[in-house]
Design a protein around this ligand. Sequence first.
Ligand code: LAN
Length: 741
Amino acid sequence: MTRTKQTVLNGNANNPVKHLNGTNVAPTSEQETTDIQRWRLLDEAGRQTWHYLETDEEVKAWPQSTADRYHLGLPLDLPELQRPKTALSSVQNALSFFSRLQLPPGNWACEYGGPMFLLPGIVFAWYVTQTPIPAPVATEMKRYLFARQNPDDGGWGLHIEGESTAYGTTMTYVVLRLLGASEEDERMVKARGMLHHLGGAVMGPHWAKFWLAVLGLIEWEGVNPVPPELWLLPDWVPIAPWRWWIHMRMVFLPMSYIYSRRYVTPPTPLIRQIREEIHTQSYASINFSSHRNSISPRDNYHPKSWILTVINWILVYIWNPLLRTNHIRKRAEDWSFDLIQREDENTDYANLAPVSAPMNLVACYIHDGPDGYSVKRHRERLPEYLWMKREGMLANGTNGVQTWDTSWLIQAVHEAGLAEDPKWRPMLTKALEFLEDQQIRENCREQDVCYRQQRKGAWAFSTKLQGYTVSDTTSEAVKAVMMLQHTAGYPTLVADDRLHDAIDTLLTMQNASGGFASYEPTRGSERLEYLNAAEVFGRIMVEYDYPECSTAVVTALRLFSVHHPEYRKADITKALDGALKYIRKAQRKDGSWYGSWGICFTYAGMFALESLASVGETYANNTRVKKACEFLLSKQRDDGGWGESYKSCETGVYVQRESQIVMTSWAIIGLMVAQYPDKEPIVRAVKLIMARQQRNGEWKQEGIEGVFNKSVMISYPNYKFVFPIKALGMFARKYGDPEIA
Ligand code: LAN
């Protein structure tokens, strides 16, 4: 490993620099880094892992690919392409670039970062389970975390664009210490100052306190209860966990088991030191039970309800000490661990997402011991959540974006009318092969026992191994597969019976409202938000209807019924009617729709308008569509683009920022499907997108694109390719590809 002097990407250069707030920042210490030329991304049928090659022989045997270099931010030296004069030639240039990033199994990959609370869980679980952390990984994680440190106050936020919080700052500080950062490093001194300013580690939210208790950095008395007994409730009980949004119950599950065991990793000298660093007073003097409900105002996005506070009080002072017998405890622990094992089995230890996966590892370590098979498999799987980039190593929001981005790319090229172009056929055929391989072919074993949704025929967001159907990931994949399979020159890889399986599964996912949620139909009442204990997220306890997911299903069902008019005709008609009814109802008074998975009104507007267009509702014949177009147009910026801030998601009100090509593409796709009659605003937007394209065909990364749980932003870097390609392609088809001056 090499040690070089590096400019820290948070703006701290090696010389003192002035910051925006006018303060001088001292020169940073030597920044440790690995040799970035030695990193390689391995993609085995969608299973993506980064590897550091230690020897020159290895480097010779495994050369760095263009995709590796791109993701690592290394120069690519690609030829300059002819400057495009039309939208379609801009699409051709973009494809010439983007096709180089396709990985051998046929999919695309990318960083999927943004949230700052994912990496800590992984490192904590490694620490607790004494899993060795390879030196290059530790080095690059530290580099990433320092690069993301707020240069002004020294803290970290909930996500990379957010203000510093107690959650982000505590978790990151502890991770850095566990990875070897010195408490004397001036960046750590600054971070500690910020943490103390926020009131210290006891001011973090519930999930932070949980991990700190496992690490022995606070006492379990400081953590609000996570009772596994809830898993013993009969299914009819309105608050039973099987009714919660899958992400909440899958985090609650291992957390409740570990809480019940009150597991604490044996203290090391390092832990003892950190104890004295992260609190504002000496560890021994803290009365942790008085901090169960402490939380910094900056973290308190969704304050606990009074009902939850009362329930917690009862659990702490009555249930746990007086009523909870050993028998109940044992039954609750046994059943919750059984459910953990089923989740591990159903995902081959990949688990649903990177919050629950490290917790499942710790639960298995406690239950099966350090040498258990479960522990070994979890250790093998966790690196699939890690991503290496120019700034260092981070954790992705899922174990990849494989199926989702590949489906979008296929659709975008098809939309541009280029699927028949022999130039792109090999790329698209490979992409089709990937989707074929990734279709989930079987339901989970005893799916009802582990409360899993039917999944046969579905596609997951990342890979079939993760194995969770999402209404829209299945729909987008169905569309992509059908578009290619009905284009001359492509093989039929996914036969009719397999498409029928996908449609059958989609039809199980509709809500009574007519709308579609994400992973499952809604199973519980919105009132369960009273039990939202996470504090930092909003609307997380149950599934909700989403215009994005509902539209994906609508457009998939419509395309399907064009080619299979007889299959479950009545069911499909009914499902479509219901979904459209929901979309119409979800429109706000100002003509907009609120988006939950992309930022924000431009994203949802595009989807909703696609739904309405699919039944012939356009600007000319429908007041609803007219209003939606007018809403979008009222947000167009002077330069012809659209730019929406993540604040839109938090506040529910459109918040402007400088124009972004991704949002500009969403907005004009919406206008074009709605058949907005005036070409002028669309041409202005097309010009902006084309003007930002680089000579090698790429677009550069701009602001963050995605969101979840209202408050957390997440990057979708491939959107800067797939949506401009789709928008420009659509424009070219609609307007005869005129020359754009
Ligand atoms: C995702 C990523 C994909 C996303 C879409 C398919 C885009 C969306 O249309 C439906 C919901 C879904 C599948 C989704 C749900 C929540 C996820 C899994 C994420 C935003 C990626 C990360 C996030 C997950 C919850 C992160 C872990 C954090 C917790 C609070 C548990």
